[in-house]
Design a binder for this molecule. Structure first.
Ligand code: ASP
Length: 343
């Protein structure tokens, strides 16, 4: 009889305990369902006034092809068991080489007719990060950011110091003319006449590039590379290389890369805000990123968007502009590239 009573209590305890466990989600959903994808890769090529009416079919096709190539390059690293950091770098290098985008070759000019690249990378495992700002002789600024991160002494190097550090690290150095494109130079010359404020909507297509990834080991990484805002002041650094603003990764929450009007993204610590809402307020990646981009930034008239992947492999890509060049792929699924808001 005594044994029967003990057994009865044991059963009741088990039922109550398992009820508490599932209602408070102590076990991550993906662990319960075995659903976390083996890897995830997401990229962006900038947000802005990207509409079908200001695009030709040929230009649209070249953007889609370029995005797909960059996405697949990152995915290949992950598929082969490489790290999220290497995947982010593989995608961004291709976008930096591509004159369609405002990063590396094809970057915009500042008000003095100079190019000034910014880039950052961050790993979610131990929170290592590296960034460079105001450089125009490093062929791949994202590699310089990575070298700063791996060196570990500092997080953020700018100008001449960043360039000589990159050279000492064995990175490819080029003359500033290497980054020239007629398209951006014409835009600069036009702005010399019209003297526009360097406001985000002025840029029809911003072209900043970024990537976030989750690798097979569950490590997150984020990277962003840009020429910054067209006709920016000399000495201006945007949000892209500012850790927590334009770039952030933490294995406990998510990896984020942003594009948009940098001053707002810095003031609102956008990338970290998304991660913090997940970590401290228990928000999902979707809710956290939409609250920040579609509600908070939109209410400030701050144009832009973000790409993000969380520790469970969920993806979010909200933007409050007409379009954002973007693409994503999860292990075992088809790679997808999109441009406009309605696709
Ligand atoms: N966020 C970049 C900056 O402010 C620009 C962009 O994303 O287009 O420098």
């Amino acid at each position: 009889m005594k044994r029967l009573i003990e057994l009865k209590y044991a059963v009741i305890f088990t039922i109550i305990f398992s009820g508490i466990m599932s209602s408070t989600s102590c076990t991550p959903k993906h662990a319960e369902q075995g659903k976390r994808p083996d890897y995830v890769m997401v990229i962006h090529g900038g947000a802005g006034t990207i509409t079908r009416t200001n695009m030709t079919p040929e230009v649209e096709e070249s953007y889609r092809t370029s995005l797909m190539e960059a996405l697949i390059a990152g995915e290949k690293v992950l598929k082969d068991g490489g790290s999220s950091t290497d995947a982010v770098i593989a995608s961004i290098i291709l976008l930096e080489d591509n004159p369609l985008f405002n990063a590396g070759k094809g970057a915009v000019y500042n008000e003095a007719g100079e190019i000034a690249h910014d880039a950052a990378i961050m790993e979610g495992f131990e929170g290592k990060a590296g960034a460079v700002g105001m450089v125009n002789t490093i062929k791949h600024p994202i590699l310089a950011a990575n070298a700063v991160m791996n060196d570990g002494k500092h997080v953020f190097l700018v100008g001449d110091g960043a360039e000589s550090f990159a050279e000492k690290s064995g990175l490819e150095i080029v003359s500033p003319e290497y980054f020239f494109t007629q398209k951006q130079w014409d835009k600069f010359e036009n702005s010399l006449k019209t003297k526009p404020e360097p406001a985000f909507p002025v840029q029809s297509k911003s072209g900043t590039v970024g990537a976030v990834a989750l690798d097979r080991k569950g490590n997150l990484a984020a990277g962003t590379s840009t020429g910054g805002m067209h006709f920016k002041s000399v000495g201006r650094i945007g949000d892209s290389p500012v850790i927590g603003a334009g770039t952030y990764a933490d294995n406990k929450s998510c990896a984020v890369s942003a594009t948009g009007h940098g001053e707002f993204f810095i003031r609102n610590v956008v990338a970290y805000d998304i991660a913090a809402r997940m970590l401290y307020a228990g928000k999902s990646l979707k809710d956290a990123s939409e609250d920040v981009v579609m509600v908070k930034l939109a209410s400030l008239d701050a144009g832009g968007g973000i790409i993000a992947v969380d520790k469970d492999g969920n993806i979010a890509m909200p933007f409050n502009t007409a379009g954002m060049y973007r693409g994503f792929v999860k292990a075992g699924e088809q790679a997808v590239v999109k441009i406009y808001a309605d696709e």
